[in-house]
Design a protein around this ligand. Structure first.
Ligand code: HAM
Length: 414
């Protein structure tokens, strides 16, 4: 018996017609991003492990539990990228892009890898389209990035979503908040879930993000981070919200939105949809003003987001349909394959989608034409070969006729 192989657990094939929907979504994303001055960047799929540990945070779930890390043959520890922000920031520093006029804006699309427990909307290989803007610290930049996300979602046809916004402060005010949280949770520390007991020691802000019901209860009256912001962070946050109002973008202030990656400063945001199950966040982002410096570059404010393609496409799956074939060419007899290939080439050069019969009886070829949902069938037999004509059938209107081969394309334009 020959071996049969399946895709790895948590790794999925994207088949037609979904793949067509994905392509359309990626095209729409790049059109919106280009219109806002973003250019595409392509970064490697693997980086040194340290890059992610330093930026996302040693104690984050991603770094502590979910990374695809391995030693290469030169005994270097490398990791399949779990996200795109750290690699793009690494590229920005490595190529000295800070000497170019700010802001420098990049978008990307591609696979990311996290060793998570697979379930609906959560894969081990998943895909993101994302943007990163370097060198703009003004709150307008945060608003522009959120506006871009909303424009993309609108173009994609997503109407039903909630945009949560928060500020998690900066190095000045976050330690104050952290201390307030430690004091708040101290009396109930032992009642927290084991993960949150670890978070209490390492990064108490993440307790605010926990989904375990008892932790949700315990944090009901926890202090809000937005009450601990320093004057600069508060002004930045209020300005971002004001600009979102100016742009007519609806949002929900969510002081619990702390995000699971360590590099964020000030603004964080997330888009959620009730159309998705437990994994309802389909896009997320924020500001990360310290990351470029952390990677050895100059102090550079930055902001961006990423959309999870599986979750986005999952919300739009009803829109996935194979594109209709414009024409199907059935042929039979000596010399007809050549004529069919030439006719197909001519029609395709004019932008038509054309399928060929590839042998068999005329009847079986025409059955295939129906199955392909083609609008027109062209038929070439030895008679047509001699006369330079082709027979045509309109498979939707149920009409038929004959036309000189060179005019076949005109029929498709009707
Ligand atoms: P993130 O929240 O970790 O942020 O991921 C962004 C989106 O990727 C999520 O909202 C979700 O839709 C999708 N996603 C994450 N993990 C999975 C998974 N296992 N399966 C399916 N989809 C998933 C980031 O990655 C940041 N780099 C975003 C960012 C860009 N912040 C600033 N710039």
């Amino acid at each position: 018996m020959r071996a049969r192989y399946n895709a790895l657990k948590g790794f999925e094939d994207i088949l037609p017609p979904s793949s067509g929907l994905w392509k359309e979504l990626e095209d729409k994303a790049s059109r919106v991003f280009l219109s806002c001055g973003y250019n595409e960047i392509r970064v490697p799929i693997a980086e040194s492990t340290d890059l992610f540990a330093r930026s996302i945070g040693e104690t984050s779930d991603i770094v502590s539990k979910e990374m695809y890390t391995f030693m290469d043959k030169g005994c270097r520890s490398m990791t399949l990228r779990p996200e795109g922000t750290a690699p793009v920031a690494r590229a920005y520093v490595e190529h000295n892009l800070s000497i170019l006029p700010p802001p420098q804006k990049f978008y990307y699309a591609g696979p990311m890898f996290r060793y998570e427990r697979p379930q609906k909307g959560r894969q081990r290989q998943f895909h993101q389209v994302g943007v990163e803007c370097f060198g703009a610290g003004a709150p307008e930049a945060d608003a522009e990035v959120i506006y871009m996300l909303c424009r993309f979602l609108e173009a994609a046809g997503v109407r039903d979503f909630r945009l949560d916004v928060n500020s998690i402060g900066d190095d000045k005010c976050r330690p104050v908040f952290r201390q307030r949280l430690v004091e708040f949770f101290a009396p109930v520390k032992n009642e927290l879930c084991p993960d949150c007991q670890r978070r209490y020691e390492q990064n108490p802000l993440r307790i605010l993000d926990c989904k375990v019901p008892r932790c949700v209860e315990l944090r009901a009256n926890a202090p809000a981070i937005t009450d601990s912001l320093c004057d600069e962070c508060r002004a930045h946050y209020e300005n971002v919200l004001g600009f979102l109002d100016t742009l007519g973008i609806k949002y929900n202030k969510n002081p619990l939105l702390v995000r699971g990656l360590d590099y964020y400063t000030r603004t964080t945001f997330e888009a959620r949809s009730s159309l998705l199950g437990a994994q309802d966040a389909f896009a997320a982002g924020g500001r990360y003003d310290g990351l470029v410096e952390e990677f050895g570059g100059p102090s550079t404010p930055a902001v961006g987001f990423a959309v999870g393609m599986e979750r986005l496409a999952g919300m739009l799956e009803g829109n996935a349909a194979l594109p209709v074939m414009d024409a199907f060419i059935a042929y039979i007899g000596n010399g007809t394959p050549q004529r069919a290939l030439k006719l197909a080439a001519g029609l395709r050069e004019n932008g038509c989608r054309v399928e060929l019969g590839f042998g068999g009886s005329l009847k079986s070829q025409l059955r295939k034409a129906d199955k392909h949902g083609a609008r027109f069938a062209f038929i070439i037999g030895e008679e047509e070969l001699a006369s330079g004509m082709v027979k045509w059938k309109d498979l939707k209107q149920h009409t038929s006729g004959e036309t000189p081969e060179r005019d076949a394309g005109l029929l498709l334009k009707t």
